[in-house]
Design a protein around this ligand. Structure first.
Ligand code: PEP
Ligand code: MG
Length: 764
């Protein structure tokens, strides 16, 4: 459920707090639960007790009767005939909105609330409503009302939440709601449905939908012996930690860093003590964990800092994990030979590793972003991930066939047989290409007419170095340093960064690595770095702009890079430079760090090369000055396209509208190449364009002899290069460009096929 703040207070009102401690109400409710009376009677007694305990004037319990309707089940304190309206649908009035928002709503003056409906009982001024949740379904709402204006304290909300947890069990056990409402994923169409999402880890996967359910319903709420219960808790924590240590032995690189930070959370004494305190109130371990989880969620409502929110999310994951260890000895998901597309509201990194990863062909998340730990871990295991698929639950049932195309950012749900066949063919083709043409990777890429093309790869994590060696690339043309920063749980020290870069250089086998300085902000948020809310983040405070405004950030990264490259070649470049002055300022900071390093006695790099990413069009108009201040240029076509065409690179609706092989982009590329050639400046293309066979063929024909690509494209790009005769293609492409064609893609494709250029693996 979404965690959002819905507390509406007026000043000048007395806070409603309780006069008894929580322990008293729990004891009273426990007594009621053990009475030999009907469920209806128990419910009424619990409501009366709660109302009195909280000094409320009225209380009511609503329950889910049909897929959308919440009916009044029981009440106390209202006049006869009230509340007048006894049925609320989802999103209707305050009750319906408590369901939709899935968090407590407390209102000092309910008539002023945006959720207020005229049909509400208006004699009462204040109201506090909490959802009654079982598993992942909101099965009811518990509401208290007061005649006088009242501010409800956190303690009151907390008690209502505890009572609602008890009511969830009572409503189900006593058949006070219809059991069929507990079935989720019903009424889902059987027709094909396509859903767009944000690509968090690229790839293609086909499998059957499997919901990762984290929310367990807690049935034993009270315990007799708190000491014994604390022992039970301790044993579950131990089991969880032993399993985490076991997991840690299986992983390396970023995944290990992430899991280590996660393990520290699971041993956090503050968190464990909070749970123990709830157990002292008479709650079971499960109920206590869920109560602390609810408190954390409420806290999240008030926090905007992304780093703290990420940590709180991790606590949520650890809590879910601990809940499973209270009932089972391990958390291992049953091994299955079936190919699975995992669907989750949110998924912790450790939770992902509980699955048999061989069978996980993709992950679809309702939320998620690139800096989420699960995205990083999935990427390191080459599992495609699609995020921000908010409504996925309304469109897919367990076992539905799903094609996850995390190249295009689409999930095809219940696709037609033809679509499945098409994608299966593509998958097979990819595997076949990989196996059949492996030997092309061992040889350098040279065109038929002898032009040596340098095929570098784009990387960003330590795990990428294995792939780097597998594809035998000429170097790393773009090392996105921010990826590792996304995996760290806090801003890394110089020592941590130095070790990381040193490890990358060591694994590069003396091939060149171009480190790009932090490209954060925009579409790449760092959990622990506070970014202001911006209307246009892609045009906002990001990358080099942040580095110059927060020089400590730049300096520590420069310091670490200089130290890591002791005795080696250091190549670094700046992202998002829009004005050459930014480059000059950054170079000054670099120089300060270089001299300081020497002064401190650190061995200097063997050579230093400083470049920029050319991805903001304004640089094209400063080429002369730019070329005097750099050692190389790398063209970032992803952002260059975005800024050239004013088209958000992540927006699927406009993704296909503008093509790299259109006159505007091609003229820009030709112009840059011409200017670079005039002064013998090395220039590489490192955006996604270079990973596409037809586009790469165009680039090579235009004279680009160095590209940096997604390693997955290495085989097909090399096959194309080895079969291309630039002497034949070059005049043709120039002719096409001069002929004023709007898009030369189709013509290039046809020409290539006619001239036996191997473009069979082209992806567009
Ligand atoms: C680009 O913009 O083309 C690029 C390679 O950088 P990134 O995709 O990391 O923004
Ligand atoms: Mg970029």
């Amino acid at each position: 459920m979404e965690n959002r703040a819905l507390k509406f207070k007026n000043n000048n009102n007395a806070e409603l707090t309780t006069d008894d401690s929580s322990i008293n109400i729990l004891a009273k409710i426990r007594q009621i639960m053990s009475k030999d009376i009907s469920g209806v009677q128990k419910l009424l007694e619990i409501l009366k007790t709660t109302k009195n305990h909280l000094n409320a004037d009225a209380i009511a319990c609503y329950g889910l009767m049909d897929s959308n309707i919440y009916n009044l089940i029981s009440k106390s304190g209202y006049d006869i005939g009230y509340p007048e309206i006894t049925d609320w649908s989802k999103g209707q009035g305050i009750i319906g909105n408590t369901v939709v928002n899935a968090v407590p709503i407390s209102l000092t003056d309910k008539s002023k609330s945006i959720y207020y409906s005229d049909a509400e009982e208006s004699k009462y001024t204040s109201l506090c409503a909490v959802p009654i949740t079982r598993g992942s379904v909101i099965i009811g709402v518990l509401v208290i009302e007061n005649l006088k204006a009242t501010d409800y304290s956190d303690e009151v909300i907390e008690i209502l939440q505890t009572v609602s947890m008890l009511l969830a069990e009572l409503l189900v056990a006593s058949d006070l709601i219809h059991r069929h409402v507990l079935e989720t994923h019903k009424n889902i169409s059987k027709n094909p449905y396509n859903l767009d999402g944000k690509i968090l880890s690229q790839g293609l996967g086909i499998g059957n939908a499997l919901f990762h359910e984290t929310v367990l319903s807690v049935s034993n709420i009270f315990v007799e012996d708190s000491d014994l219960e604390k022992e039970r808790l301790k044993s579950a924590i131990n089991k969880m930690n032993i399993a985490l240590s076991r997991l840690l032995r299986r992983v390396t690189g970023e995944t290990k860093d992430i899991l280590e930070a996660y393990q520290m959370l699971s041993q956090d004494l503050g968190w464990i003590n909070k749970i123990k305190k709830k157990i002292d109130l008479g709650l079971s371990s499960e109920a206590a964990i869920q109560r602390v989880q609810n408190e954390t969620r409420l806290k999240m409502l008030k926090i905007t800092d992304p780093y703290i929110r990420e940590r709180l999310t991790d606590f949520e994951d650890v809590s879910n994990r601990l809940l499973t260890y209270l009932t089972k000895d391990d958390n291992k998901k049953s091994d299955s030979n079936d190919d699975v597309i995992l669907i989750a509201r949110s998924l912790g990194p450790a939770a992902l590793l509980d699955y048999d990863l061989k069978s996980i062909k993709g992950i679809i998340l309702e939320g998620g972003n690139q800096s989420n730990h699960v995205s990083i871990v999935a990427k390191s295991f080459d599992i495609p991930v699609l995020g921000q698929c908010e409504n996925i639950r309304n469109h897919v049932s367990n076992n539905d066939k799903v094609i996850l195309d995390a190249h295009q950012g689409i999930a095809f749900i219940r696709p037609s047989d033809d679509t499945v066949e098409l994608f299966e063919k593509e998958l097979l083709e990819k595997i076949e290409i990989k196996n059949r043409y492996r030997d092309v990777l061992n040889k350098p890429a040279v065109t038929k007419d002898g032009m040596r093309i340098y095929i570098n790869i784009n990387a960003g994590l330590a795990v990428d170095m294995q792939v780097f060696n597998d594809v035998n690339a000429d170097g790393i043309g773009l090392f996105r340093t921010e990826f590792a920063f996304m995996g760290w749980s806090k801003y890394p020290s110089v020592a941590v960064q130095t070790d990381f870069y040193k490890n990358i250089l060591q694994k590069s086998n003396d091939k060149h690595v171009t480190f790009r300085t932090l490209d954060i902000g925009g579409d790449k948020p760092l959990p622990y770095f506070k970014n202001p809310t911006e209307d246009n983040p892609a045009l906002g405070w990001r990358a080099v702009r942040i580095g110059l405004d927060r020089p400590a950030l730049f300096k520590t990264q420069f310091r670490a890079l200089i130290r890591a490259a002791a005795g080696e070649d250091l190549k670094l470049m700046l992202p998002m430079v829009a004005d050459v002055e930014e480059l000059i300022q950054a170079k000054k900071l670099f120089e300060i760090e270089r001299l300081k390093s020497l002064e401190l006695g650190f061995a200097p790099p063997k050579s230093i090369k400083f470049g920029v990413m050319l991805e903001v069009p304004s640089l094209i108009f400063q080429m002369d000055k730019l070329l005097k201040n750099v050692d190389f240029i790398s063209i970032g076509t992803n952002d260059l396209m975005q800024y050239l065409f004013a088209a958000d690179r992540g927006n699927y609706n406009i993704k296909k509208r503008y093509d790299c092989l259109s006159p505007a982009m091609l003229s820009v590329l030709i112009e840059i190449k011409k200017k670079c050639d005039a002064v013998s400046m090395p220039v590489t293309v490192c955006g996604e364009m270079a990973s596409n066979v037809i586009d790469a063929m165009a680039l090579v024909s235009l004279g680009f002899n160095s590209i940096s690509i997604n390693p997955k494209a290495a085989v097909k790009i090399k096959l194309m290069v080895n079969s291309l005769d630039v002497n034949i293609m070059k005049p043709y492409i120039n002719h096409l460009i001069n002929s004023g064609e709007n898009n030369i893609r189709e013509e290039l494709k046809a020409f290539a096929l006619d001239h036996n250029v191997n473009i069979l693996a082209y992806s567009k």
